[in-house]
Design a protein around this ligand. Structure first.
Ligand SMILES: [Zn+2]
Length: 512
C-alpha cells in the first residue's frame, strides 16, 4: 500500500502460518502449516481504492434522502453498485430477499399522574422505548415486581411467571434488569395482564457494563401488544419507593413492512465444503449515510474481492463475500441467511469474518475476542485462532491491537449461534477513547471513537484514512489466509461449536 512492507511480508506469512499450525487446542486436528503470502493482495488493496467505493456510497446517499437504510432506494442503489462491480469481476452473485416489520416510534411520553404533582419525564433522558415494543397508552397504578434494591441487587425480577402472582391486571409492571432477557420479563408481564412495562437498569456493578444509566434494549421480534420502556436505576429506585404511584405511558408507533435483500458474491472456484463467509452490513441507519457504519467494512470487502479477481487468485476454499441488509434493525439479514442454510451448508461453512466500522475517526484497532480470554465470552472452536491471525497481523505491521467484546453486536451473532467460528475487526463506535488508547493509537482521549455513530454526520468526512488503510490490509490478509489454507478452522471444527452463548447484545441494543 502506501509504504513498502517488503521486509515485513515474510514475517507476516511465517507468523500467520505458525498461528495456524498451533491449533493443538482444536482437537489436535490442525494440518501442516501452509505459508500464505498475502503481500500482493495487500499491495493491491489500497486505501484510495476503498475510498472510491465510499465516495460512491456518499453519492448514493446524497441522491436518496441522505441515507442507505434497508428497504429504501439508497440501500437498493448500494446493492446495484456493489453487484455490478462483482459481476464484472467474475463473481457469482445472488440476491437473497427477505421481509420484516420495522417499528418507528413517532411519539413517546411518560408522565407521573399520582401522587401530585404531575411529573413529565423526558424521552432519551428518563426513558427509552424498547425495540419491538408495542404502541398505545397505559394509564394505571405502577406495581413493583420482585425487586431487589439492596446489597448486591441480584435480580431475577420478572423472569418467572410466579413473580406476577397477585399482580393487578391492568397495572403497569415495574421490573428490574437482571438474569433473563427483557423479552421474557415483558412477555411474563403481558401474560399477567400488565398494560405497560418499565424495565429499569439493575444497579449492580458489572465491570465494563453500565448497570446504572438509561440503556437501549430490544425485545426481538415480534412487535408486542403493550408499551415497554427502559429507564435508569436511579429512576427505577425512585419509582419503586413512591407509594401510590400512577403513570401514563404512551408510545405512538408506526409499523413499516420492509422488503430488502442480502447480496452474496461467490468465487467461481474453491471448495464449497470449506466456504469462507466474509461479510459486513451494507445498510445504514435512517439518520445518515452510514459511511463509517458500515460503508467502511463493505467498501474494504468489495475492494478485496475486486483485487482478488484482478490478481487471478483462485482460492483453495470458496469465498462468499456477503453484504448483509437489515443489520441496523437487529441483525436481520445475517440471521435470515443462517436460518436458510441446510445442516450440510452449516457444516460446510468454515468460518465467518465480520467487518463493521473499520474507519472510525478516533480509531482503535479492535479485534473480536474470539477465545474469550480477555473479556469472558468466547466463540465456537476456531474463533480464538481467527483472533490470533488478526492479532499477529497487527504485530507484524509494528501496530498494536486490543480485544473487543464478542458480545453479539454485529452480524457474526447468528453464525456463532449455529456453532460456526467467527472473528473480525472494529475501530469503535460510541465508546470513549482512554488516555492509554490515545497514547497508543493517536486521536483524542475522552472523545468517542466515532462521535457521528448513527448520526447524520456519519459521512465521507467521518473517517480516519490511516485506520481504514491498515484495517483494509488486515481484511485482505485474513480473507486470503483463510481462503488458501486448510487450517485448523477450515474443515475440522466447523459446525460443532457449542452455540450456547448467552448474548448480552443484539446489534446495538441490549437483550438482557
Ligand atoms: Zn454497523
Amino acid at each position: 500500500m502506501k509504504h513498502s512492507r517488503t521486509t515485513r511480508t515474510r514475517l507476516v506469512a511465517i507468523t500467520a502460518a505458525a498461528a495456524l499450525a498451533g491449533g493443538s487446542t482444536l482437537a489436535g486436528t490442525a494440518q501442516a502449516a501452509v505459508t500464505v503470502d498475502t503481500e500482493d493482495l495487500r499491495e493491491a488493496v489500497t486505501v484510495a481504492g476503498v475510498m472510491k467505493h465510499l465516495d460512491a456510497f456518499q453519492a448514493i446517499a446524497d441522491a436518496n434522502d441522505d441515507n442507505r437504510q434497508a428497504g429504501t432506494s439508497g440501500h437498493d442503489a448500494s446493492v446495484d453498485y456493489v453487484e455490478a462491480l462483482l459481476d464484472d469481476a467474475g463473481y457469482i452473485t445472488t440476491r437473497q430477499e427477505f421481509s420484516y416489520e420495522r417499528v418507528d416510534f413517532t411519539g413517546s411520553s411518560l408522565v407521573r399522574t399520582a401522587p401530585d404533582p404531575d411529573t413529565t419525564y423526558t424521552l432519551g433522558i428518563d426513558f427509552y422505548p424498547m425495540d419491538y415494543s408495542g404502541g398505545g397508552t397505559a394509564a394505571a397504578p405502577v406495581t413493583n415486581v420482585d425487586l431487589n434494591l439492596a446489597g448486591d441487587r441480584a435480580s431475577t425480577s420478572g423472569c418467572e411467571a410466579a413473580d406476577f402472582t397477585g399482580f393487578p391486571a391492568g397495572n403497569i409492571a415495574l421490573i428490574q434488569r437482571g438474569t433473563c432477557p427483557f423479552a421474557v420479563k415483558a412477555d411474563n408481564a403481558a401474560a399477567a395482564g400488565a398494560s405497560g412495562v418499565i424495565i429499569f437498569n439493575q444497579g449492580n456493578v458489572v465491570p465494563g457494563d453500565d448497570r446504572l444509566s438509561l440503556f437501549g434494549g430490544t425485545l426481538d421480534p415480534p412487535v408486542r401488544d403493550i408499551p415497554v420502556v427502559s429507564a435508569s436505576y436511579a429512576r427505577g429506585e425512585e419509582w419503586a419507593n413512591t407509594p401510590g404511584l400512577e403513570m401514563n405511558l404512551t408510545l405512538q408507533i408506526t409499523i413499516e413492512q420492509v422488503t430488502t435483500e442480502n447480496l452474496l458474491a461467490d468465487t467461481p472456484t474453491g471448495r464449497t465444503d470449506r466456504t469462507v463467509v466474509a461479510g459486513g452490513h451494507l445498510d445504514s441507519v435512517g439518520e445518515g449515510p452510514g459511511i463509517n457504519d458500515n460503508g467502511s467494512g463493505t467498501g474494504a470487502l468489495l475492494e478485496t474481492a475486486l483485487q482478488m479477481a484482478e490478481l487471478g487468485i483462485q482460492p483453495e476454499n470458496r469465498v462468499r463475500f456477503a453484504f448483509w441488509s437489515g443489520e441496523e434493525d437487529g441483525l436481520i439479514g445475517s440471521e435470515y441467511y443462517v436460518s436458510q442454510l441446510t445442516k450440510r451448508e452449516i457444516k460446510g461453512t468454515a468460518l465467518n469474518l465480520n467487518f463493521d466500522m473499520v474507519g472510525s475517526p478516533n480509531a482503535v484497532n479492535f479485534v473480536y475476542d474470539g477465545d474469550g480470554d480477555a473479556l469472558g465470552v468466547s466463540g465456537p472452536n476456531g474463533s480464538g485462532l481467527i483472533e490470533d491471525v488478526f492479532t499477529d497481523f497487527f504485530t507484524s505491521q509494528g501496530s498494536s491491537s486490543e480485544p473487543t467484546d464478542f458480545d453479539g453486536r454485529s452480524d457474526y451473532f447468528a453464525f456463532i449461534n449455529a456453532g460456526i467460528p467467527a472473528g473480525g475487526l472494529f475501530t469503535g463506535a460510541e465508546g470513549i477513547k482512554t488516555a492509554a488508547q490515545a497514547a497508543e493509537y493517536g486521536g483524542t482521549a475522552g472523545v468517542a471513537y466515532d462521535p457521528c455513530y448513527h448520526a447524520p454526520c456519519d459521512d465521507i468526512d467521518n473517517l480516519s484514512e490511516d485506520a481504514l488503510d491498515i484495517m483494509s490490509d488486515a481484511i485482505a490478509h485474513a480473507t486470503l489466509m483463510f481462503a488458501e489454507t486448510t487450517s485448523a478452522v477450515n474443515g475440522t471444527g466447523q459446525g460443532n461449536g457449542t452455540g450456547t452463548v448467552e448474548w448480552k447484545f443484539k446489534g446495538n441494543k441490549a437483550l438482557r
